[in-house]
Design a protein around this ligand. Structure first.
Ligand SMILES: Nc1nc2c(ncn2[C@@H]2O[C@H](COP(=O)(O)OP(=O)(O)OP(=O)(O)O)[C@@H](O)[C@H]2O)c(=O)[nH]1
Ligand SMILES: [Mg+2]
Length: 488
């Protein structure tokens, strides 16, 4: 009897809690903001800077609620999804602060952080009824996982054939030698011996990693979890690889049959759950793009970035093209594509960088078909590591950026040790975006390119206090697009 009473009061509490949630939900909406981009695009730095700017009350002139003095308080709260890692905000802030300042470590998994904003609405209703609340769940996930979407329409034979064809491209062939060697010793029809897939799968993964590290490719490297395994690090779910099998049906119990089973399991148990549980629940999305590095690296990097953007755009268009896709279709209303690290350029070039990214996105796929989401493009620097100066060189006044290059960065024969400031003339991006993209294609080495970028250390003084206006470039404009309407 006592047990029954307890049960009833437990149910009663649950009902009351959901009533409160439903009621307060009307006044305290929750927004899920996805932050994605390929490796090293600037996701971790962007989220850290955004959270710091809001929680420490930095000056954000282009965010209406901030400039109008309507943001009362911003704080972090425990995230709702306890099974996914928390975004390690405090550790990232610590990394970039202090005399030993350095950029945060690379991250390879999804993570989340909940931010609660108390604000006063601009309208009469809001002013009359006091402070409102907006909850934002920020979700950081690798853009490479979006590229896996294309695997869902393929079977193991299709994927094997495409992966093998790609590995024979001239840029990839030398990197694929060890893997091709391993394949030569594998008979797809032989009986599969438990555990024997691990080593060839590791050699295949090393080949994918080499392609990425040599800047041969960023985009056409699925399965995305091979390089960014997240929670699947070391899991047998990732122990498969392509085989030269054509369209033959696998012999039961063979190596081929085992590989095909693993491939289907990867689709069912890793790709689909990610799209359903995370991607499909996002309301807003920022896609960070390191366009400057691609321009700096030249022809194949620009082409590869364009392909990757095409695949990422395809992920936002799903929902209409196959039976399963309505289950994982995003409900995203706004997507912001952002060219990161704009502080490497003089401010005169920020609009040009924006125009180049815009052109890349147009070429990669029509924006008009992106399932009704509002799309915008921006060039930003979440953290400004440089300042600008006019410097006289050989009698001419030139626009330079000044910063402390990371140890090991070089210009010609000069190698920097990470301690002194230098003034750099990064060169101008052309007015015509199409020309910038083709120029990227023509410049054979970074030294011969018209543009020259160095990686700088994080700045010594950032954020609140004396010079908040110089701490970022257009972070406030990005925020206005992503959350501004909710703070109106
Ligand atoms: N100057 C400057 N450099 C930046 C900025 N954002 C990122 N970077 C550089 O880009 C690198 C990668 O930034 P992250 O934020 O770690 O990128 P990520 O997308 O989280 O990378 P992964 O976790 O490896 O996927 C940093 O180590 C910095 O060198 C910026 O706003 N300004
Ligand atoms: Mg990261």
């Amino acid at each position: 009897m006592a047990g029954r009473l307890t049960d009833l009061s437990h149910e009663g509490r649950l009902a009351a809690a959901s009533l409160i949630e439903a009621t307060t939900g009307m006044f305290s909406p929750t927004l899920r903001l996805g932050v994605t981009g390929l490796s090293r695009a600037g996701k971790t730095v962007f989220i850290t800077a955004l959270v710091q700017a809001l929680t420490e009350g930095h000056r954000l002139p282009l965010l209406d609620a901030s400039i109008e003095g309507r943001i009362a308080a911003v704080r972090l709260e425990p995230q709702p999804d306890l099974t996914i890692p928390r975004f390690d905000y405090e550790r990232h802030v610590a990394a970039m602060s202090g005399p030993d300042r350095h950029w945060p470590q690379s991250t390879s998994d999804i993570s989340q952080l909940r931010l609660v904003i108390d604000y006063q609405s601009a309208g009469w209703f809001g002013r009359t009824f006091g402070t409102s609340q907006l909850t934002i769940d920020i979700v950081d996930y690798p853009g490479e996982w979006l590229l896996d979407l294309a695997l869902l329409d393929k079977n193991y034979g299709d994927w094997s054939r495409q992966s093998l064809d790609l590995s024979h491209m001239p840029t990839r062939l030398p990197l694929a030698a060890a893997w091709h060697g391993a394949l030569a010793g594998i008979d797809p029809k032989a009986r599969y011996v438990d555990g024997s897939a691990r080593e060839p799968a590791a050699i295949f993964t090393a080949y994918l990693r080499a392609c990425r590290e040599e800047q041969v490719a960023q985009s056409t490297l699925p399965p995305g979890r091979f390089l960014l395994p997240g929670a699947y690090q070391g899991s047998p779910a990732l122990a498969f690889y392509p085989l030269p099998v054509g369209d033959d049906a696998p012999v039961p119990g063979s190596v081929h049959a085992h590989m095909a089973r693993c491939f289907e399991a990867y689709k069912d148990e890793i790709i689909r759950p990610f799209f359903r549980q995370h991607f499909a629940r996002l309301d807003r999305q920022i896609v960070l793009v390191d366009a400057l590095s691609a321009l700096n690296a030249g022809p194949s990097a620009v082409a590869d970035l364009e392909r990757a953007l095409g695949d990422i755009l395809a992920a936002f268009r799903i929902g209409t093209n196959s039976w399963w896709s309505s289950l994982v279709a995003p409900r995203i209303e706004r997507i912001l594509f952002a060219a990161t690290k704009a502080d490497h350029l003089h401010h005169r070039d920020h609009d040009r960088l924006e125009a180049i990214l815009s052109r890349l996105i147009d070429r990669a796929g029509s924006r008009a078909t992106s399932a009704g989401a509002k799309i915008d493009v921006i060039a930003l620097a979440a953290i400004r590591a440089t300042r600008e100066a006019r410097i006289r060189q050989h009698g001419d006044l030139m626009d330079a950026v000044i910063g402390v290059p990371l140890a090991g960065e070089r210009v010609g024969d000069d190698v920097f040790d990470g301690s002194g400031e230098v003034a750099l003339f990064p060169g101008d991006l052309p007015d015509d975006p199409e020309r910038a993209l083709s120029q990227g294609r023509d410049a054979p080495t970074p030294d011969e390119a018209d543009m020259r970028f160095l990686r700088f250390r994080p700045p010594l003084v950032r954020g609140s206090g004396a010079s908040p206006a110089t701490a970022h470039i257009r972070l406030d404009r990005a925020l206005q697009f992503l959350i501004g309407d909710y703070l109106a």
